[in-house]
Ligand binder design. Structure first.
Ligand SMILES: Cc1cc2nc3c(=O)[nH]c(=O)nc-3n(C[C@H](O)[C@H](O)[C@H](O)COP(=O)(O)OP(=O)(O)OC[C@H]3O[C@@H](n4cnc5c(N)ncnc54)[C@H](O)[C@@H]3O)c2cc1C
Length: 82
């Protein structure tokens, strides 16, 4: 493994722990920038990543307190920001 700082330094070591099936922008923006085919592939990849995480938790018996459900972040009225 190549790491310029310490293992876990990057976003992987700091993220909130939610399995996120999306990107930092809506799919219509991604489609506009990259075309429909690429957007479809990226959309499928997001869901594939979700499945890979679940398979690895099962395969390696990772004790990570996985909980099924949905995350509904609060949004400040009129700001569009979570
Ligand atoms: C605050 C925060 C919260 C997040 N929460 C979530 C969440 O809840 N759920 C979710 O799905 N996603 C979340 N994300 C996004 C997710 O964490 C990242 O998309 C993911 O960790 C990226 O993984 P990565 O391995 O590509 O990069 P990173 O985890 O960032 O790893 C890249 C590593 O490469 C190292 N590096 C960089 N350049 C070099 C170099 N030249 N030589 C050697 N090493 C180098 C960096 O130091 C870093 O440690 C969050 C991100 C942030 C910042």
């Amino acid at each position: 493994m190549l790491e310029s700082v310490a293992i876990g330094f990057g976003a992987s070591g700091r993220n909130g722990g939610q399995i996120v099936n999306s990107y930092s922008r809506d799919m219509d923006v991604i489609e506009k920038q990259n075309g429909a085919e690429t957007a479809r592939a990226l959309g499928a990849m997001a869901f594939e990543g979700n499945q890979i995480i679940r398979q690895r938790i099962e395969k390696y018996q990772i004790n990570c307190d996985l909980k099924e459900g949905n995350l509904l972040p609060p949004v400040i009225r009129n700001s569009g920001k979570a």
